[in-house]
Design a protein around this ligand. Sequence first.
Ligand code: NAI
Ligand code: MG
Length: 367
Amino acid sequence: ASYNLFLLPGDGIGPEVMKEVEAIIAWFNAEGIARFEVDRGLVGGSAYDAHGQAISEADMAKAMASDAVLFGAVGGPKWDKVPYDVRPEAGLLRLRKDLGLFANLRPAICYPALADASSLKREVVEGLDILIVRELTGGVYFGEPKTITDLGNGQKRGIDTQVYETYEIERIARVAFDLAKTRRNKVSSAEKRNVMKTGVLWNEIVTRIHAAEYPGVQLEHVLADNCAMQLVRWPKQYDVIVTDNLFGDVLSDVAAMLTGSLGMLPSASLGAPDAKTGRRKSLYEPVHGSAPDIAGTGAANPIAMIASFGMALRYSLGLGDWADKLDQAIAAVLAQGIRTKDIAGSQPANATTTQMGAAILGELKKL
Ligand code: NAI
Ligand code: MG
């Protein structure tokens, strides 16, 4: 099958790490493993410089028509003072909104070669492979009313509103159960039903979807605060964790730090399946930002971006076996002691962005 990939490298180290993914894509095409049609666009500060918007309508249309968007990173001091609605992040927010990306997938994988870099003990993190599924378009970040009111007596009142509707919980639950079936078949649903009505509803709907559609998957309910504790105590008890926007934001950052550097962490965001083709709109991006402090120095670790492409292979491009191989190639390179600065610990770095990318592609070619 042929797939359209739309690349939005963005700003700072975004284009530097994207270049390493482009080399891998070119190899897939050259070997005839896949037929990827690649197009490129501008997002963030680079788009603002070119046409005064964080993403152009033409590039939005290409993103909408693609099978997967690969996104680098946006932002940097150069654009700190641009008008709010065309600031670099507005490009990413527009993409998330228009593509309807309601499911954010954040894996936390601990490569054995980096287990000692974790702030936790080796036995707690070695072999860790969990996936946090965060609801991304609802909840307290978007619910109305959302206001600060002046009460007139020197006091103000801030209000955020947590809102979830049945369909929003149903669809994120289905994503989590479907993913669990391809993994270790377990879903842990995190909410706070003890103090929140949305938690009661979340629990009720996840339970119903499970009983009706996924009785073969193991389901447990966990209070979100306890989940945070358990992630630090014994994270390997989890397989897939499904949770709302706010808890997911926090829990995924906790899980991320179990495994080491920001330069290692990929993510995927998925929309609803297309009625005709069944393909989901999707965007793949590293968790890190544009890292202006190291941009242009060759110090950026491309693994987060490469692993994000690996998630695209798995979830959008029908090449799950190649996603596994890409993970193996990354593990092999790390086992050989090849390190960019962010994962070198007390040792000096022995690889630039390009050298790390080339080493991973070199290992992939052997598999
Ligand atoms: P950041 O993630 O860009 O950098 C944080 C620290 O981690 C820096 O010291 C950086 O050098 C390091 N780092 C990040 N990625 C790395 C990699 N691949 N390899 C090696 N080291 C890496 O976050 P920061 O500094 O808070 O923000 C910088 C800019 O990026 C800001 O303009 C911010 O708004 C933007 N940003 C964009 C995001 C996105 O595009 N999704 C996400 C987060 C921040
Ligand atoms: Mg966060």
